[in-house]
Design a binder for this molecule. Structure first.
Ligand SMILES: [Zn+2]
Length: 116
């Protein structure tokens, strides 16, 4: 399977709106921090979501993600547990430390640094 193309947007407002450090909306990764301050493990975590979308398809991944989130929100009655127990997040948190492998598994085609 070919490497997925990724576009990374730093200093982005998108994660701020979702109270997150990073958000992946394939093929874009939105990072709250600047490029200089962005943590490699955070990027590796988002790369896993890129690979998940690449493997299952855009619509299937995001519908499954939202369904799991809604289901877990009813179960745990709180965002934090619903988020952390999402199977896509469990996988991402498990493998995010393998940064060197993950940085080689995607194709970064463009990086944007949004001015503040
Ligand atoms: Zn995640």
């Amino acid at each position: 399977m070919s490497k997925p193309n990724v576009r990374i947007v730093y200093n982005s407002i998108v994660p701020r709106l979702m109270f997150a450090e990073g958000v992946t909306i394939y093929p874009f990764i939105f990072i709250k921090a600047s490029k200089l301050k962005a943590h490699p493990v955070l990027l590796a975590h988002e790369f896993i979501h890129i690979l998940q979308v690449h493997a299952s398809g855009w619509l299937k991944f995001y519908l499954t993600y939202l369904w799991d989130y809604a289901r877990l929100l009813c179960k745990f009655k709180g965002h934090e547990w619903a988020y952390l127990n999402n199977p896509a997040e469990i996988e991402a948190y498990k493998y995010q430390w393998n940064t060197s492998h993950l940085f080689h598994s995607v194709n970064i085609v463009k990086e944007y640094n949004v001015d503040e």
